[in-house]
Design a protein around this ligand. Sequence first.
Ligand SMILES: [Zn+2]
Length: 334
Amino acid sequence: MASKRPKVDFSPEAILREIRKGKELFNSINSLKSNLSVKKVSELLRLRCKENDIDAASLLSLMFGFDMVSWVMATIQHVPRVFSRRKNSCAKIIFEIANKLCQEKHLSLPVVDEMVKYIEEFVPELNVLETQQTRFEDALSSLNGKDGVNYGGFIAPPVEDCMLRGTVLTSPNALSSCTLYTVNGPKPCTNLSLRCQGCKVSYGRSMTHYSSGNASYYPKEIIRKDNLVEVTNVVYMEKKLYRWIPSLINHCFVSFEDFSISYNEVYCEEIKNNFKSACDALEAGKKSSQNQIAGFSNDFINVDVLMDDGTPDVDVPMICDSADDIISGINIAS
Ligand SMILES: [Zn+2]
């Protein structure tokens, strides 16, 4: 039996009534917005300081826009308050940065100063740059592996449609795990590959693979925009990190085996946090768990070696043969 749906009135009167309601709501929001001022809202908040039912940051966003408020908040965290000891240079520095970030708003120093004082008084705990970033990263770490998905990063082909026929690409293969090496340590990521059912071409992050067995890189204009380098289909590297490799080869005579040890030493905390279950298993001596380690390739991990603090000595794939291919095949955008 078909389920009963609530009846919707499509008569012209009903439609006009809905439009009118929407207009009234919009007008009342605009009128509230034009009546708000930092001074008035501050007084109101001071009167109701013991009640938590007013979101001070939202009111400020209604007056100045969310974008501008978040930039000012980020700027406040960037400039230590103690700079105000030097001829009140704190306010001037904050104004210069906020003004640069929100040029279209034509800000003045008194307006920015008013916002800064409001934020410091009513939303001092809202730390956009650090707390939010850390909370975000912590949430991603804790979700890693849930339903077979790694949340550290999502790696997808740079195109949605077939480059030969323009047809919509499909995703016949399950999502796979991979590791992305970044300038902030390695991250477990999820990889999506696409395929054209018509020409049987597979689309990866950096290359297209043909049914003949041949493969090719994407056109230069696509590669230049990409911020990653594909080392293998389970190992990726940020270009920011990759840039170090040719430079170190040219100037520093680096052993890349030792460089990978340094990388793992510097980012041992990140490795512990991002690959927690894998590290726990290794510490407990369960070597057989290596196959369950999302994104860690046996080619790049030496499970027999543990560092002094118990973290696995993971070889960063900078010493693999394909590094030469990357150097010659990819034109790093400068
Ligand atoms: Zn195609």
